[in-house]
Design a binder for this molecule. Sequence first.
Ligand SMILES: Cc1cc2nc3c(=O)[nH]c(=O)nc-3n(C[C@H](O)[C@H](O)[C@H](O)COP(=O)(O)O)c2cc1C
Length: 171
Amino acid sequence: MCLMRLTYFSTLDIDQEKHSTLSQLVDILDAARRNNSKKEITGALIFDAQYFVQILEGERDSVWQTFKRIEKDSRHSNVTLVEMALASGRCFGNWWMSYAERNLANSRQFAPFLVDNVFDPSKMLPEQILSLMINLTYLSPEIELKLSGEDIKSRYILKQPNQGRALEASS
Ligand SMILES: Cc1cc2nc3c(=O)[nH]c(=O)nc-3n(C[C@H](O)[C@H](O)[C@H](O)COP(=O)(O)O)c2cc1C
């Protein structure tokens, strides 16, 4: 298997008049985890007020086809590929799609990557994005959702790890 890691960022395009951001995030993560588990794709998604940043890792064709599908999604735009590179192992083997958003609870993880207190993935190197994603996924305390309309079910969905099916770090 040719294990690849793909990193991109995009601009949020959710029509908040029609759908709450939270319900859209839940839908996105639901679809991501359902599809990714079938294709053995693991990864992480960061959401900030303005940006999505995502890492997909898995077999080359599966990762590329998934990215091409995501690219067409109208909930975001300006999809910018940062890197698609060979990976020696998975960094997110426990997560069909880990999720974190920038908030008070994880401000320490974001701090080293902010410029004038602004999070701008276009100014980050792929390895900086990876390092931030790993810190958020493994070191952060429980995600504190600050969005209005939050409920317990949504919070659980947003933070959900693979259920008993971790993929080997070296697969
Ligand atoms: C920021 C963002 C990240 C997404 N990540 C994934 C993903 O990791 N895997 C995936 O299959 N779909 C992902 N999607 C959703 C896809 O664009 C698409 O809606 C979905 O794959 C369609 O799946 P379905 O045909 O099963 O409904 C993402 C969408 C957005 C906006």
